[in-house]
Design a protein around this ligand. Structure first.
Ligand SMILES: *Cc1c(COP(=O)(O)O)cnc(C)c1O
Length: 466
């Protein structure tokens, strides 16, 4: 019993820990209420531990340093810039498409000051939210009309709610297109949320036009095509062409919708040695009534769901009460608007000046001088230049690999896992990948202006590993 009491007396008082932390000038600037909460939680968990029969409890300094580790890890978990050395261009864990400096400048100003988001400056009356963006997007995509909402998943739900409801709530889709779009979300689940009834046709690898045709009833609301953006099907496969599906839709008076997801704006095969990814314009030219794409995948803008196609259907979508729940805020609308302006300004000749387009178009020759500079600056025999393969990522073009240049590190006196961890723990965290017993950083996804930070991070961690 006496032993137990003495154990409890080792649990420090919250104030005492806070005081010790207050004297630590290495502590990250985490807001005090969050620090206090962590300390309270730790003290409580120690008490629970002893109450549950635990018998080992550290000294005061140990407890404080455990709390410090928790403070650091909570602090690091806030959203802040990261150096992406993975070679995955649209990395969903790292925020998908980075925005260009010009785009960010514009949205900073719009965020900082009042703006005309819903004011018609001509009349002084209430104006159309995002009206300019809709005009510019329709022009860029060459569609009758266009609008935007939160993301592509939301766009799909909105489209389904509008076109497949009430007596005509059935949506026909091929079994080969019931894809999981990432993060555990599957197209059937998203469709269920909308209230639409899924009518699956065909087999995983083969769906014929007759399969669609035979499934049409008076309850059918629309035909849906979902682009297989994150996987490939090869071998014994068949599906009707979009044109055939469109013709069927016209005959039976049913709208045909394509969820394109990845949404390239420029021909990907002209930017990099990779396959051609269909664009929204191409899909609409095949006769599809409505297409939806992600704003932050191959479009290279902020998170958004871009919807384009027939003017009457777009107008209908915008009248849905649910549209209000999916509307984008001023920063997103500005980011998208400026991205579209960049595409439109460059559509004759020069490439759009967007990070995504730049990263896709870089050649090995473009990257090599940077690699040499970094290796020279580090002047360490465990650092060398390697060949890598970059990828589009973000669930787009899984087979496309772009030859790239890497900085390869074989640290001495430290495992690769620990090495990677220390680089993630930096003030400007850095994420690479491990292959062939080396830690590798693909320069394609590292912004050139971050090269100095790459050198600084590597220098610091290599010093530790010695
Ligand atoms: C990525 C993707 C989506 C989801 O897009 P978000 O903008 O992330 O909501 C939907 N459909 C397809 C085919 C996709 O590839």
């Amino acid at each position: 019993m006496a032993k137990k009491t003495s154990l409890f007396s080792k649990i420090p008082a919250v104030d005492k820990v806070l005081h010790a932390l207050g004297n630590d000038d290495q502590l990250p600037p985490l807001p005090l209420p969050l620090v206090t909460d962590l300390v309270r939680g730790k003290v409580e968990s120690l008490r629970d531990y002893l109450n549950g029969g635990g018998t080992e409890i550290g000294e005061f300094d140990e407890i404080v340093s455990e709390i410090k580790a928790e403070i650091f890890s909570l602090y690091q978990s806030r959203i802040h810039p990261v150096i992406n050395g993975t070679g995955v261009i649209i990395h969903t864990n790292l925020g998908r498409s980075p925005l260009s400096e010009t785009v960010v400048e514009k949205l900073t100003k719009v965020g900082q000051y009042y703006n005309n988001i819903e004011l018609d400056l001509g009349t002084g009356e209430r104006g159309k939210r995002g009206g300019f963006l809709e005009v510019a997007l329709a022009n860029l995509i060459e569609s009758e009309a266009a609008t935007v909402c939160n993301n592509c998943a939301a766009a799909l739900i909105l489209i389904l709610k509008h076109l497949a409801n009430g007596e005509k709530n059935e949506v026909i889709i091929s079994r080969g297109e019931l894809v999981e779009i990432g993060g555990g979300f599957r197209v059937p689940d998203i469709m269920a949320v909308s209230g639409a009834k899924l009518v699956e046709v065909g087999a995983t690898n083969k769906t014929t036009l007759a399969d669609y045709e035979n499934a049409i009833t008076e309850r059918t609301g629309m035909l849906l095509k979902v682009h297989r953006s994150n996987f490939y099907m090869e071998g014994f496969t068949h599906e009707p062409t979009t044109e055939e599906l469109v013709e069927l839709g016209r005959e039976r008076d049913l709208p045909v919708v394509e969820d394109l997801g990845s949404g390239a704006m420029l021909p990907t095969d002209s930017l990099a040695p990779i396959p051609h990814e269909p664009t929204a314009t191409e899909v609409l030219n095949r006769g599809v009534d409505i297409v939806c794409v992600s704003g932050d995948k191959l479009f290279g803008g902020p998170q958004a769901g871009i919807i384009a196609g027939r003017a009457d259907l777009i107008a209908g979508l915008k009248k849905e009460p649910f549209f209000r729940a999916l509307r984008c805020d001023k920063l997103i609308l500005t980011g998208l608007q400026e991205t579209v302006i960049e595409y439109l300004n460059r559509s004759s000749g020069k490439q759009a000046d967007l990070p995504l387009v730049r990263m896709l178009s870089l050649t090995v020759d473009d990257l090599m001088p940077r690699a040499k500079k970094i290796v020279k600056a580090l002047n360490n025999d465990c650092v060398s230049i390697g060949e890598g393969l970059a990828r589009c990522g973000g669930g787009t073009m899984p087979k496309a690999e772009i030859p790239s240049v890497t900085i390869d590190i074989a640290p001495k006196g430290m495992g690769l896992k620990k090495f990677a961890r220390l680089l993630r723990d930096r003030e400007l965290p850095m994420v690479g990948y491990v292959a062939e017993d080396k830690y590798r950083l693909d320069l394609r996804t590292i912004m050139p202006e971050q090269d100095a930070d790459v050198i600084e991070n590597l220098k610091a961690v290599l010093t530790e590993s010695r």
